[in-house]
Write a protein that binds this ligand. Structure first.
Ligand code: FES
Ligand SMILES: [Fe+2]
Length: 496
């Protein structure tokens, strides 16, 4: 073995070579640690690296917490210990004993509803009040005086949300999707995964729709679809701030005018297009057309995509126009929200929950909506098919992003193009609209001002690119049809 290693070293040119450390040794997948720009005029420097605190965040499923053993979880750079309180609800305290700082999570719940520190036996209730100090006996003066930092919690449809702020918690309905409160028969399924990078990189990716065509092109869901999730376009979406909380590009409203740029007169987009700079077409091959016709025909013929229940029958898409839905788009604090209302039967909202600077827990709150209580067989069927649906939608598809996200340098100047307009508005929402950043009067003034403040963008070049795009294509966008050409316009010229 060592001979083999020595040969390898020689092969690499000098002892130790360079190939094993070509990208350093940082444990986060060899990507450099997250850095923000130092230029205060760069909007990216203003986004908090550990997340906005004054919000409710999804923490864990209620069923993961037993009566006798606490559970620790790091959220926004803080360790929280979860245990079941006297009222049966899951409670959260900072995982630091106020006495001498031991981990409460290494302790036990000897008394039902209370947590006991492993060091000197200080025992706390769900509000963080010290109710007993076992090593000092029943007369300890710490009882009723010493207090642990308690984080308010609320459990909705089996998911525990924690208030991470230092201010008074807002009504949880402001931060938790409405169908989790208003629709009694919804079934909510939890899933999550961890990405080794900062939450901002995760969030900026989730509504970056045009990477779908490229990064995810070999994911199961996209393989079935000729367009690869979204049509190509050099224009991007017209994104706006809705309700002072969401960057919304009206993704649920059908194909946007800006996405029709390459459409021919029949509304078709060529599968392959010719790129003169490389004298080649993309995609390179047409082999997937061998099966996509089957899935597209099936999709067109299926009524699908509507809420389940005998009392309601709508055709696909009807009632789905979401307009100015502030639960559609990228929503504060870090939600990729899938819309509300309408008849769609699935919602999969996802939160990029900061763990620490270089680690993010992506929490998927998967919602199945029913108009009436689902039958036993429906529940059985959905329950049994859940692992495969979860894998396909939340893991196979999503994991494709990990290498792109974790390797993005956030501190370098960017060349933003019109397809990045959503990212620009997301940054605006994260920096100007977050709770704790502005008063409600200031927010109203910002709202009235409207529009994207491109001048806050990073470089001159990026600004120029955006201005050019917005002026060049303004009329096209206004007319609702960006370009109407024939398919031949995008094919390889016969002469070359
Ligand atoms: S450190 Fe917790 S009881 Fe002493
Ligand atoms: Fe992606």
């Amino acid at each position: 073995m060592s001979i083999l290693m020595d040969i390898k070293r020689l092969w690499a040119g000098y002892p130790g070579g360079y190939k094993s450390t070509v990208q350093g040794s940082h444990p986060a997948g060899k990507a450099l640690p997250f850095q923000q720009p130092t230029d205060p005029n760069d909007i990216r420097s203003k986004i908090p690296a550990l997340g906005h605190r004054e919000y409710w965040y999804p923490a864990l499923p209620d069923k993961d917490i037993s009566w006798n053993k606490p559970q620790v979880l790091r959220l926004l750079g803080l360790d929280l210990v979860f245990f079941r309180g006297k009222d049966g609800q899951v409670k959260a305290l900072l995982d630091t004993c106020p006495h001498r700082g031991a981990f409460l999570s290494l302790g036990d719940c000897f008394y039902k509803g209370f947590i006991t520190c492993p060091y000197h036996g200080a025992t706390f209730d769900g509000n963080g009040e010290c109710v007993a100090f076992l090593t000092e006996g029943p007369d300890s003066k710490a009882v009723g005086e010493m207090k642990a930092w308690a984080f308010p919690t609320v459990t909705v449809k089996g998911i525990v949300f924690a208030w991470m702020g230092e201010g008074a918690p807002v009504d949880p309905r402001e931060d938790i999707p409405p169908e989790m409160f208003d629709e009694p028969h919804t079934v909510v399924r939890w899933s999550c995964q961890v990405f080794p990078c900062n939450w901002i990189l995760v969030l900026e990716n989730t509504n970056d729709a045009h990477n779908c065509f490229f990064v995810h092109r070999n994911c199961v869901e996209v393989l079935r679809n000729k367009l690869g999730g979204r049509p190509r376009t050099p224009l991007g979406y017209r994104t706006k701030v809705v309700g002072g909380v969401t960057a919304n590009y009206n993704a649920g409203g059908g194909i946007a005018p800006t996405e029709r740029y390459y459409f021919d007169e029949n509304g078709n987009i060529p599968y392959q297009m010719y790129y003169p700079g490389v004298d080649g077409v993309w995609p390179l091959h047409k082999y997937r057309l061998a099966w996509t016709w089957f899935f597209e025909r099936r999709r067109a013929g299926r009524q699908g995509n509507q809420r389940w229940g005998a009392a309601l029958r709508t055709t696909r898409g009807q009632g789905n126009a979401r307009g100015d839905d502030d639960w559609q788009g990228t929503r504060l604090p870090s939600i990729s929200a899938k819309g509300t209302g309408g008849q769609t039967m699935f919602r999969s909202h996802r939160w990029a929950v900061p763990i620490e600077r270089d680690m993010t827990r992506i929490v998927y709150v998967n919602i199945e909506r029913y108009l009436e209580p689902p039958s036993f067989f429906t529940r059985l069927h959905r329950g049994m098919s859940w692992p495969i649906r979860n894998w396909s939608h939340n893991f196979n598809f999503r994991w494709a992003d990990v290498d792109a996200e974790r390797t993005c340098r956030y501190d370098v100047p960017e060349y933003l193009t019109p397809t990045d307009s959503t990212v620009v508005v997301i940054r605006k929402v994260l920096t100007e609209y977050a709770r704790g950043v502005h008063t409600s009067e200031e927010l109203a003034a910002l709202e009235a001002q409207g529009g994207i403040r491109e001048e806050e963008l990073v470089t001159e070049r990026a600004l120029e690119a955006l201005q050019a795009a917005q002026s060049t294509y303004k009329e096209d966008i206004k007319e609702g049809i960006a370009r109407t050409r024939t398919q031949a316009d995008w094919g390889k010229p016969a002469s070359s």
